[in-house]
Design a protein around this ligand. Structure first.
Ligand code: PLP
Length: 397
């Protein structure tokens, strides 16, 4: 037996494990001190009552043989697909069809698993810094990676790859930088992909946090994108499903690739084949919960929660800027990306904040080499923690 040795090439110290370890060690050393975390991008606010009520109703259906549900249809229940189609795409004038929406257990699995239907020979371009799944899963598959630096110098707009690239991961609004692309900027990438016959894997997990008019919610708002892009969406940040688990991937039927024998293959069909072979569907109860996000109450309640998080984002950004830090993001995404003060490395700033004011954030270098010298704060905290954390940081700087 041989293992897939590419797994030995990915870093052992997963970023959040290292953070947790340092916090644990600090707490053991200073048991009386209260540590506040503005680190992980996980929810702190209750899930919308409309979603919870739908989950309760769906759970009750499981007690009766006439309403009981077992395995879900491979691509998701029609009630959820139709709700997604109407609210996310059709009502916004975006051309997507029902059989192009494939429901899943979240964007992490899909952004990682999509590589299953692509050749290991493909070259992959990934923005740097990035959500770690794109790099790690590309390494696991043995693909050659080109990083595309995103820094203040280029306004966080990556340059096109230097080498011919088959696959490009883009995530906008972006984790970790909190920055977004305008329609015009995203169009240059769609045009690039059309000219170079590349595939764009577009992660739109944070689209619900967009506040500016010229920022696209979907890559399919851009002309030509149906020929070159797959889009990943998630209920995790939109509606607090990080623990419930539901997302979906849009694979347009216009998207095709040629086999080595010159045969045209639909990526939509291939992804459905992959999912029906390796995935047995998202729980019925959870899909009913996701459907309820699109009821009038669900929409109102989830928007209120997003507004709460984005108010935190404003508090963090204003406070850090008034303390002299240079900050980015926090306008179309729940993350604030700061330059570390006094030329500190990301981990030096992490240790300083933990040691001196007991505040935890995420070192930018954990998201890729271009993240060195930056630090990410999340807006997903509780309001009182956010206020206390920024006041402590201000007292330090
Ligand atoms: N994509 C990005 C950019 C993320 O930041 C995250 C989670 O933090 C995910 C995907 C994962 O989403 P899900 O919870 O749907 O797996």
């Amino acid at each position: 037996m041989k293992i897939n040795e590419h797994y030995t090439e990915i870093g052992n110290n997963y970023l959040f494990a290292e953070i947790a370890k340092r916090v644990r060690e600090y707490k053991a050393k200073e048991p009386g001190k209260q540590v506040i975390s503005l680190g992980i991008g996980d929810i702190t606010q209750p899930i919308a009552p409309a979603v919870i009520e739908a989950i309760h109703r769906a759970t009750d259906e499981m007690t009766d043989t006439s309403t009981l549900r077992g395995y879900s249809p491979d691509s998701g229940y029609d009630f959820l697909v139709q709700a997604i189609l109407k609210h996310e795409f059709t009502d916004r004038g975006i051309h997507v069809e029902a059989d192009e929406i494939i429901v899943s257990d979240g964007a992490k699995s899909d952004t990682g698993n999509i590589g299953d239907i692509l050749s290991p020979d493909n070259t992959v371009a990934i923005t740097d810094p990035a959500y770690p799944v794109y790099v790690d899963t590309s390494i696991m598959a043995g693909r050659r990676i080109e990083l595309l630096p995103c820094t203040p110098a280029n306004g966080f707009l990556p340059s096109f790859p230097k080498q011919k690239t088959d696959v490009i991961y883009l995530c906008y609004p972006n984790n970790p930088t909190g920055t977004a692309l305008t329609r015009g900027q995203l169009k240059t990438w769609v045009d690039y992909a059309i000219t170079n016959r590349s595939l764009i894997l577009f992660d739109a997990a944070y689209e619900a946090f967009i506040s500016q008019q010229d920022v696209p919610h979907s890559i399919f708002e851009i002309e030509g994108a149906r020929q070159v892009a797959i889009e990943f969406r998630s209920f995790s940040k939109t509606a607090g499903f990080t623990g419930l688990r539901c997302g979906y991937t849009v694979v347009p039927k216009d998207l095709t690739a040629e086999t080595s024998k010159g045969e045209k293959i639909s990526l939509n069909a291939l992804w459905k084949r992959r999912q029906s072979t390796k995935f047995n569907g998202t729980a019925y109860i959870i899909q009913r919960g996701a459907e309820a996000v699109y009821t009038p109450e669900g929409q109102r309640q989830t928007r209120e929660t997003i507004a709460y998080y984005m108010h935190n984002a404003g508090i963090i950004r204003d406070a850090l800027e008034s303390a002299g830090l240079i900050c980015y993001g926090g306008i179309n995404a729940p993350y604030i990306w700061c330059r570390t003060p006094d030329g500190l490395t990301s981990w030096q700033f992490f240790d300083l904040l933990l040691d001196r004011v007991q505040v935890v954030g995420t070192p930018g270098s954990g998201f890729g080499p271009s993240g060195e010298g930056f630090f990410r704060f999340t807006a997903f905290g509780k309001r009182e923690d956010t206020l206390e954390a920024v006041s402590r940081i201000k007292s330090l700087l």
